[in-house]
Ligand binder design. Structure first.
Ligand code: UD1
Ligand code: UDP
Length: 364
């Protein structure tokens, strides 16, 4: 049998690497289809190198565009490659447009699918990712959940619990694998940062697309930079709008290109504070014990609040929250890390897939 992994955006690569390795260890034939949703070297190639991912068997080169244009290009490209390769299972990851397109194409072609990171919900349909999550989980044949709250969300939506497997978080497997390589010092020195610094990442449309929201956010991050120097590895999405809103390099503010995976996590590991609107970064800071302030009204990852270092803040409350976090350090309310975030999610997922491939619910 053949397993295809459909990957398109930066967080997909991080989640897939442990699953690909787990399946390789079990001798399962597999291939990566890169949709080309992310294409800059610093948004794509560097992750294949840092994570040891094999070369894709195809790159669809769909690139950027409106949701409709990008999704349409994804649908056309993915249908062709799925028909050509005729996989027994297609694995999709997270909540990006490549995930949604792949699940839709496979559902229409009758090709079985598995969704890694199923059941996360922000209950905010204004987020494009929430729409992608709901549709993906409605159509997936096998669902891999990273946290227990996902199980009840899926049950509430009528997903058969027999299809759902709580397996832990493969993004944390990647973090564990990278851990021995995470050294803040060389990155800090290269960027000319002092020993105490904060890292910020910002790319959610609700924060960076609207000039008014961008200005409010930038003012708040500038206020944080008056407490502690801030480095911002900036996602291409926010580059223009945030610069227009005043996010430019200065004495205590360093704006840089996105960093590679190992460099970025090295910087986070050494940081006193992280300010973010990323999904994955909320999880990584929880495991690294770095205080994290998430500038969003909600999170699909509440376990990073109950079992981690994450707090939700508004832009208006960010400066005061930063002051408190810098004084208090990382406080984890429950004192316990999320269950099964132990670095073994990839092998768990691989075992389920391998036994599923042997099962009789597959077309011959
Ligand atoms: C996508 C995901 C988001 C995820 C993020 C991870 C969707 C709907 N959103 O958002 O959930 O958190 O990836 O990083 O799938 N661009 C470049 N170079 C690139 C890629 C993008 O310059 O290699 C710029 C383009 O101007 C593009 C914009 O970034 O229009 C947005 O890219 P897109 O892939 O549409 O969505 P993201 O904002 O990256
Ligand atoms: N990341 C990175 N370099 C950066 C910013 C983020 O390697 O400059 C990594 C981060 O460690 C995490 C992943 O990219 O593993 C998260 O991606 P992103 O924030 O773009 O997407 P989200 O998780 O919000 O969907």
């Amino acid at each position: 049998p053949l397993v295809l992994h459909v990957l398109g955006a930066r967080p997909n690569f991080v989640k897939a690497a442990p699953v690909v390795r787990g399946l390789a260890d079990l001798g399962v034939r597999q291939g990566i289809v890169h949709t080309g949703q992310h294409y800059d070297a610093l948004m794509s190639d560097v992750f294949f190198a840092d994570l040891g991912l094999p070369e894709p068997i195809a790159n669809l080169g769909v690139g950027s565009g409106s949701h409709a244009k990008q999704t349409a290009a994804l649908l056309v490209g993915l249908e062709e490659v799925v028909l050509k390769e005729s996989p027994d299972l297609v694995v999709v990851y997270g909540d990006v447009n490549s995930t949604l397109a792949a699940i839709l194409v496979c559902a229409k072609l009758g090709v079985p699918t598995a969704h890694v990171e199923a059941g996360l919900r922000s209950f905010d349909r204004g987020m494009p990712e929430e729409v992608n999550r709901v549709v993906t989980d409605a159509l997936a044949d096998v669902l891999f959940a990273t946290s227990p709250d996902a199980l009840s969300h899926l049950a509430n939506e009528g997903v058969d619990p027999a299809k759902v497997h709580l397996v832990g978080n493969p993004m944390i497997d990647s973090l564990f694998s990278a851990l021995p390589k995470l050294d803040p010092e060389p990155v800090r020195a290269r960027l000319g940062l002092p020993e105490a610094y904060a890292v910020a990442t910002l790319h959610r449309p609700a924060n960076v697309d609207d000039p008014e929201s961008a200005r409010e956010l930038v003012d708040a991050v500038l206020a944080v930079s008056r407490q502690i120097p801030v480095v911002v590895p900036l996602h291409p999405r926010g580059r223009t709008r945030l610069a227009e809103a005043g996010l430019v390099s200065g004495e205590t503010m360093t704006i840089i290109d996105p960093l590679g995976y190992v460099d970025f996590l090295s910087l986070v590991r050494g940081a006193k504070l992280v300010v973010t609107d990323s999904g994955g970064v909320q999880e990584e800071t929880t495991m690294l014990g770095v205080p994290c302030l998430t500038v969003r009204p909600n999170t699909e990852r509440p376990i990073t609040i109950t079992h981690g270092t994450n707090r939700l803040v508004t832009p208006a409350l960010l400066p005061a929250a930063a002051e408190k976090a810098l004084a208090d350090g990382a406080a984890t309310p429950s004192g316990e890390l999320p269950p099964l975030w132990d670095g073994a999610a990839g092998p768990r997922i691989a075992r389920v897939i391998a036994s599923w491939l042997k099962g009789d619910n597959l077309s011959p």
